[in-house]
Design a protein around this ligand. Structure first.
Ligand code: ADP
Ligand code: MG
Length: 447
């Protein structure tokens, strides 16, 4: 086993920054190259989330960078300080360890980017943020269950993962289960098939903190809602913390059993609103800092002004800007930002569709006046287009059911929910209707 000279790590990092900037994170500078054994160089990191990030997204670029820095055909391995301490392998301790037992399904791995440090607090998410901090510090005490809801890309997953990571830091022995609703349900169904339902239940009852992302997916899960209810109850009654996220508040999740709706709402329900301009500017800066990217004020302002609904697109914009700057060998400035963000908005089809666009297009398509579409008339010739409009608004905008109802002549959220369900169901058997919708979507989403 050979030790590695510190200059190697420097060259590896330089190579990475130059060739794969989008994967680089500020904590890369804490990574150490410790040794080379049997043709493999070992990199040590501090946190297990960092380890997972590296293993998942960085093996290839690190291999390339290492080979370029050393001129040798080396493989790479990422390990944590604990792995290093446990070396040689026969000393690995068995039984309970001091680390948090964090159970993650294969798909959903905690991202080191999703921490409280990198979460920007604004008027739009202040309550959700404060409650998340409280829950992470005192699971089962502060708000139980804690239910956070908001539109796509507004930071729900980020907050949920930050809770897990802070809870782990705070009390390393916290037993955490973090999953998506679908993964939870699939696991449940598999255990039913294997006849291991008992073990499944038993296992969940041992967690201190159960975090389930995208719980609105329960609405398609008819009978399995039952199991979630039991697991939820068992944990809740034992004083364990449950954290849930959803794209709608409990009462607006379609087809959710009444008793679940009321359980979900009995702790704290916090909403994340679309961030205002100032919050978005701060998010752009926070994302840039994660990548150690220096961006001028006007560029941050420009990105924040152009991307105003789904924050996820900010990351895409930064990657694009970073790549263009590298290709051109130029500094990041406003003209470069305009070029890349403009392109991104065009290609991602994320030009924001407004409800007004939908109202105009639907009424034009069916030869109706806008006032007719918004009226109380219930004749099929008007009510069907109206329902289609609501369906399209739900599918292609990030407005809540209640907001959509407001735009469609002041109807309430249950009317919208009913319309969405009804159109969704009828599309399958009604070819004509299906084609109408395809046609409308192609008009709405073109350009
Ligand atoms: P959701 O789960 O609500 O769809 P995510 O949590 O996946 O949204 O967030 C989408 C992206 O936006 C992520 O990269 C996340 O880090 C970022 N983001 C959203 N809100 C914030 C915020 N307040 N501060 C920092 N980043 C944010
Ligand atoms: Mg999410």
């Amino acid at each position: 086993m050979a030790a590695v000279d510190s200059s190697v790590m420097r060259s590896v990092l330089e190579h990475l920054w130059e060739h794969s900037p989008s994967i680089c994170r500020h904590w890369f500078r804490d990574i150490e190259a410790v040794d080379v054994d049997a043709g493999t160089i070992r990199f040590v990191v501090r946190e297990s989330v960092q380890l997972r990030y590296l293993q998942r997204s960085c093996t290839e670029p690190f291999t390339e960078a290492t080979q370029s820095a050393t001129g040798r055909l080396l493989g790479v391995e990422f390990i944590t300080q604990d792995d290093l301490a446990a070396d040689p392998p026969q000393e690995i301790v068995s039984g309970s360890t001091s680390r948090a037992e964090i159970d993650l399904d294969g798909e959903m791995i905690l991202s080191p980017d999703y921490t409280f440090e990198s979460f920007v607090v604004g008027p739009d998410n202040r309550l959700a943020h404060a409650a998340s901090m409280a829950v992470a510090q005192q699971p089962g005490r502060a708000y139980n269950p804690f239910f956070v809801h908001g539109g796509v890309g507004l930071g729900k997953t980020h907050l949920l993962q930050a809770i897990c990571q802070l809870a782990m830091q705070h009390r390393p022995d916290t037993r955490i289960y973090y999953t998506s609703c679908n993964a939870f349900m699939n696991e449940f169904l598999e255990s039913v098939q294997r006849g291991e339902m008992h073990q499944f239940r038993h296992r969940f009852r041992n967690y201190d903190l159960l975090v389930v992302d995208d719980i609105h997916d329960l609405s398609n899960r008819g009978p399995s809602q039952e199991e979630f209810f039991h697991t939820f109850n068992a944990l809740y009654q034992a004083g364990r913390q449950v954290v849930l996220s959803s794209d709608a508040p409990p009462s607006e999740i379609p087809d959710l059993e009444e008793r679940l709706t009321s359980r979900f709402g009995c702790g704290l329900v916090a909403n994340i609103e679309r961030p205002c301009y100032e919050t978005r500017v701060a998010i752009v800066k926070s994302k840039a800092a994660l990548r150690s990217l220096v961006i001028p004020e006007d560029v941050a302002g420009y990105i924040a002004a152009r991307i105003d609904t789904n924050i996820r697109e900010i990351e895409g914009a930064l990657t694009k800007i970073q790549t263009l700057a590298m290709l051109d060998g130029s500094a990041i400035d406003l003209s470069l930002a305009k070029r890349s963000v403009g392109e991104q908005l065009k290609t991602s089809g994320s030009t924001q569709l407004t409800i007004q666009d939908i109202l105009d297009t639907v009424s034009g398509y069916y030869g109706l006046k806008l006032t007719e579409l918004l009226s109380k008339r219930r004749h099929k010739s008007v009510s069907l287009p109206r329902q289609i409009g609501m369906y399209l608004a739900r599918k292609h905008t990030r407005f809540s059911l209640g907001e959509i109802g407001g735009y469609f002549g002041g109807r309430d959220h249950t009317t919208v929910m009913h319309a969405v369900k009804s159109i969704d169901g009828r599309r399958v058997g009604d070819n004509r209707l299906d084609q109408d919708i395809v046609q409308l979507e192609s008009v709405l989403l073109e350009d």
